[in-house]
Design a protein around this ligand. Structure first.
Ligand code: C5P
Length: 283
C-alpha cells in the first residue's frame, strides 16, 4: 500500500475551563471535547523523493502547516526512516473557527503514516507525536468524547455523549487563539463550567444534565468586535437549540438539539445569513 485517504473530523468543546497560566506560557485547561461528523478528507501518498508536499485547495493556512508538521513529528519521534510524501487535503471544516480543523488534519496524517509505514505502533506512541504538533491534536487522534487536561494533551476517554444533533455556525471573522488567551485574566473568571457535573451527567447518560452544563469561559474574554457570538447564541436558542456555546477559541457557535427536524430547520434559517453553517451529529 502506498497511499490512503482518511477522514479528519471536527471537534466541539462541550465545556472549556482555563485553570491557570503556566510558566511555559501555556495554560492548564479542563475541557470536555467531542467529535462531530463534519470532516475533511486527507490523502497521503508515499513518493520516491524525500520532500513533503501538501496541497490544501487555495489554503496555505494552519491546515497545511500542521499536516506537514505532523509528518515531520512522526518521522522524528517514532524513528521511522524518512519518506517523501504528497498530502492532499479536501477542506470542509472552516479554518480559524474553533473546530480543530488543522489539528484534525494533522491527526489524520499521523494515522495515515502509521497505516502506511508502521502498523505496529501503539496509540500512545502516536499520541506523543501528536502532542508535539499542537495541544488539540492528541484529542483529534483519539476522537469520541473525552476529558482533556494539561495543555489539552492529557486525555481520559469518556462514555459517548448522547446522540445530539449539532448545528454549527461560523460568523464571518476569525479569532486568533494566542490573542484570545492573552486577553484571559484568571482572577476574572467567576463563572466556570461545572466540569465534574458534566462528567457525572455523561456517565449517567443524562441528556438534560449534559445540555445544562455546556459552557466555555473564553466567551467572557471576547474582544468587542466579536459580540456577534452572543447574538448567534441567542438566535440558536430561539431556533430551538437546547444548549448553545462557542467552541474552543471561536468564533463558531454550536447549538445542540435532540430533535432532528428542529436542528434541520435551525440550520436552514441560519444558512440564509451565514455561509458557513453546518448540520452535524456528535460522532
Ligand atoms: O498548542 P497550540 O500550538 O495549538 O497552541 C497555540 C497557542 O495557544 C499557544 O502558543 C498558546 O499561546 C496558546 N495555548 C495556551 N494554552 C493551551 C493551549 C494553547 O496558552 N493549553
Amino acid at each position: 500500500m502506498t497511499n490512503i485517504t482518511l477522514p479528519a473530523y471536527a471537534k466541539l468543546n462541550l465545556t472549556l475551563d482555563i485553570l491557570r497560566r503556566r510558566e511555559d506560557g501555556y495554560h492548564d485547561l479542563q475541557m470536555v471535547m467531542q467529535t462531530v461528523d463534519l470532516h475533511d478528507d486527507v490523502a497521503v501518498a508515499l513518493t520516491g523523493d524525500e520532500g513533503i508536499e501538501c496541497l490544501c485547495g487555495d489554503l496555505t493556512g494552519d491546515g497545511t502547516n500542521l499536516a506537514v508538521r505532523a509528518a515531520e513529528a512522526f518521522f522524528a519521534e517514532t524513528g521511522t526512516p524518512r519518506r517523501g510524501l504528497f498530502i492532499e487535503i479536501d477542506k470542509q471544516i472552516p479554518v480559524q473557527a474553533g473546530l480543530g480543523g488543522g489539528s484534525a488534519d494533522a491527526a489524520a496524517v499521523l494515522r495515515a503514516l502509521r497505516k502506511l509505514l508502521r502498523p505496529e505502533l501503539l496509540g500512545e506512541e502516536l499520541e506523543r507525536s501528536a502532542a508535539l504538533v499542537g495541544s488539540d491534536v492528541p484529542f483529534c487522534l483519539r476522537g469520541g468524547t473525552a476529558l482533556a487536561e494539561g495543555r489539552g494533551e492529557r486525555l481520559t476517554s469518556l462514555r459517548a455523549a448522547p446522540p445530539f444533533y449539532a448545528v454549527l455556525c461560523k460568523p464571518d471573522f476569525g479569532i486568533s487563539t494566542p490573542e484570545l488567551f492573552s486577553r484571559v485574566r484568571i482572577a476574572d473568571i467567576w463563572n466556570r463550567p461545572d466540569t465534574a457535573g458534566m462528567l457525572a451527567a455523561l456517565h449517567r447518560g443524562d441528556e438534560e444534565g449534559v445540555l445544562s452544563r455546556v459552557k466555555n469561559v473564553f466567551e467572557a474574554f471576547l474582544p468587542p468586535e466579536c459580540m456577534e457570538v452572543f447574538t448567534l447564541k441567542e438566535r440558536m436558542r430561539a431556533l430551538g437549540a437546547e444548549a448553545a456555546a462557542m467552541t474552543g477559541s471561536g468564533p463558531t457557535v454550536f447549538g445542540l438539539f435532540r430533535d432532528e427536524d428542529a436542528a434541520d430547520e435551525a440550520c436552514d434559517a441560519l444558512a440564509e445569513d451565514y455561509e458557513e453553517t453546518y448540520f452535524t451529529q456528535l460522532a
